[in-house]
Each structure stands twice: as structure tokens, then as C-alpha cells.
Design a protein around this ligand. Structure first.
Ligand code: FO1
Length: 320
């Protein structure tokens, strides 16, 4: 196999779409499959099962069984078990567990109970489909995200996100236990062996932030061959989700330049060498350069796999 060895840091729908494009771009180059380090900060125990929303979003997307309209869960899923759970008053009334999706959570929870690590579980799950990428959780530790609100309340990220649609003003995001976590087995080695590490256009705070907060991750990136990020901001707005609320909470403006500066230049202790920003944000290139990060302007709308593959190509080229 020729072509670049690639690691992608990813989470959520943006991470899934970018990973699909990267798989396509690498196949065309005859390059090895990418290793995708997936955020597990969204994870939660609910109704007795372990949910790993970002791992499932990316797995389902690569397998071609994802619900593209909702952006989460399985295509064509039904909700019979969910209705029964609601009748029992179990789980959360605002949170839907589809029948097919529950099969995933039950399998995962069973294997965790048998002693497999999250890495081992994901490896086993990935055998079912030809994913065309190697998925690794960012860590095997449980580091679910807690949202601190202005009024002092602490909510699990999933309650804040799905029940309140991020409408309650957050003051901080915490991942209890993360200081004692370590990158999952294989993550640091994959980054060390990579020709380029890419930061997907995922939510910088709750999808990429937890991965960067795992002790050892920033050191691994500091020693990497090259790190290129792709802006999740287009035309000064978040493409999807409620990343602007998350950015505001940590004092970062919703702009391509501010997010690049938030990640920071590797030369100055940050994580980026280069930053792909949208044509709509081309006038921010000077600010990105001023932060010590090489700006590369490209079309960034991930309308379909072809468009995502073109973005992946531009990101790979930006590493040179
Ligand atoms: N998002 C919702 O808005 N409502 C839901 O009921 C919901 C259920 C759900 C079940 C499993 C799963 O893996 C994800 C689910 N999501 C749901 C998506 C998820 O809450 C978030 O979009 C991500 O965690 C943010 O990346």
C-alpha cells in the first residue's frame, strides 16, 4: 500500500461525514485505511446499557446503516422497546432508544460486563461490517461529559443536549476522571506512525475537546509528523448542532479564526500546523496565519461523500 498513513480525531455527525470522505479519498490513493480516534465524552449509562453515541454514529455511517435524516441511530429503526421502557418509567422520556440501536447497546454492555474493554468491544463490533477504517475510542476510561450551568446545576451532557437542546447557559464542561485516563491502546502508536493527523470538523468543545484532554494526547500530537484541522465553522456559523453555545461557554467566538486559535499552533504549544477554512471565511486567513497556523482555503460543505472526499484530499495535501 502506498499513500499517507492517516489518523483522524473525530466525533459526532461532522466526524462521521468527514470519515466517510477520508475513506473514499484514501481508497482512491491506494493508501492504508485511516485510524479514527473517536470521542467518548458523549457516552452515558441509561436504562442499564452503555451508549457510545459518537462511536455508533461513525460506525453506522461507515457501515451505511445510519439514519441520515436524524443524524443519529439506525436507518429505518422502530421504537417498540422504547415505548415499553417509557411505560415502565425507565430511562428518559425525551431520549429515544431505537430497537436496532438497542441491539448494539445490549451487545456492547454484555461484552463490557464480561470484562472486555471499550477498545475490545469496538474491535469486536467492527468485525460485523467492512468499515474501511480502524476505529479506536479515545480512551477506555469512562469520562462522560458533565455540563455546569449558571445556576449551579450539573447535568449530564446528554440531558443538556437532547432535553434542553443546549438552551440552558453553560459555564463549563467537565469530564470527571479524565485526569487519570490514558489514551486507549493503539492511539499513541497510531499517531506516532501517521504521516498526518487530522482534526475533523466536529464540535471543538464536546467532540474534540475531550480527546485533547486525555493525558498523553497532546504530547502525542506534539510529536506527530503533521497535524491539520478542518474548520467546523462556515461563514461565521456552526454548520450543525449547537457548537456555538459550547464555544461561547468557554469564551471562544464562533469564527473559523477563533476556533483555530483555540486549538493553537503546534509551534506555540497548541495542536495545529495547518487549518482548512471555508471559502466563505477566506478573509480570516490572515488571522489564522497570525496565530502561527498555515491557512488553506477550500470549499468545506460536506454535501455528499464526493464533497467530503474532496475536503479530505485538501486536508491531506495541506500536510505537505
Ligand atoms: N439525540 C436526540 O436529539 N434525541 C434522542 O432521543 C437521541 C437518542 C440517541 C440514542 C442513541 C445515540 O447513540 C444517540 C442519540 N441521540 C439523540 C444523539 C446524541 O444525543 C447527540 O446528538 C450526540 O451525542 C452529539 O454528538
Amino acid at each position: 500500500m502506498t499513500g499517507p498513513r492517516v489518523v483522524v480525531l473525530a466525533g459526532g455527525v461532522g466526524g462521521a461525514k468527514f470519515t466517510l470522505g477520508m475513506r473514499e479519498a484514501l481508497r482512491r490513493r491506494g493508501a492504508p485505511e485511516a485510524t479514527v480516534v473517536v470521542n467518548t465524552g458523549d457516552d452515558i449509562w441509561l436504562s442499564g446499557v452503555r451508549l457510545q453515541p459518537d462511536i455508533d454514529s461513525i460506525t453506522y455511517a461507515l457501515a451505511g446503516v445510519n439514519d441520515t435524516e436524524r443524524g443519529w441511530g439506525r436507518a429505518g429503526d422502530t421504537e417498540r422497546v422504547n415505548a415499553e421502557l417509557q411505560a415502565w418509567g425507565a430511562g428518559w422520556p425525551w431520549f429515544t432508544l431505537g430497537d436496532l440501536d438497542l441491539g448494539t447497546h445490549l451487545a456492547r454492555t454484555g461484552w463490557l460486563r464480561e470484562g472486555l474493554t471499550p477498545t475490545g468491544v469496538l474491535e469486536r463490533m467492527a468485525r460485523r461490517w467492512d468499515l474501511g477504517a480502524r476505529l479506536l475510542p479515545m480512551t477506555d476510561a469512562e469520562v462522560d461529559t458533565i455540563v455546569l450551568l449558571e445556576d449551579g446545576r450539573r447535568l449530564h451532557f446528554q440531558e443538556w443536549w437532547t432535553r434542553h437542546r443546549a438552551s440552558l447557559a453553560p459555564v463549563a464542561f467537565e469530564n470527571p476522571g479524565i485526569a487519570d485516563a490514558a489514551p486507549a491502546p493503539g492511539v499513541v502508536d497510531a499517531i506516532a506512525a501517521a504521516d498526518v493527523v487530522l482534526v475533523a470538523p466536529s464540535n471543538p468543545v464536546v467532540s474534540i475537546g475531550p480527546s485533547l484532554a486525555v493525558p498523553g494526547m497532546r504530547a502525542a500530537l506534539a510529536a506527530a509528523s503533521a497535524v491539520v484541522g478542518v474548520s467546523p465553522i462556515i461563514g461565521g456559523r456552526v454548520v450543525r448542532g449547537m457548537a456555538d453555545v459550547c464555544l461561547q461557554a468557554i469564551g471562544v467566538e464562533t469564527s473559523a479564526a477563533a476556533v483555530a486559535a483555540h486549538y493553537g499552533a503546534r509551534a506555540a504549544g497548541g495542536v495545529l500546523d495547518a487549518w482548512l477554512l471555508a471559502e466563505e471565511d477566506a478573509d480570516a486567513a490572515a488571522d489564522v496565519a497570525a496565530a502561527g497556523i498555515r491557512p488553506v482555503v477550500a470549499p468545506l460543505w460536506m454535501r455528499d461523500v464526493a464533497a467530503s472526499a474532496a475536503i479530505a484530499d485538501a486536508a491531506l495535501d495541506a500536510a505537505r
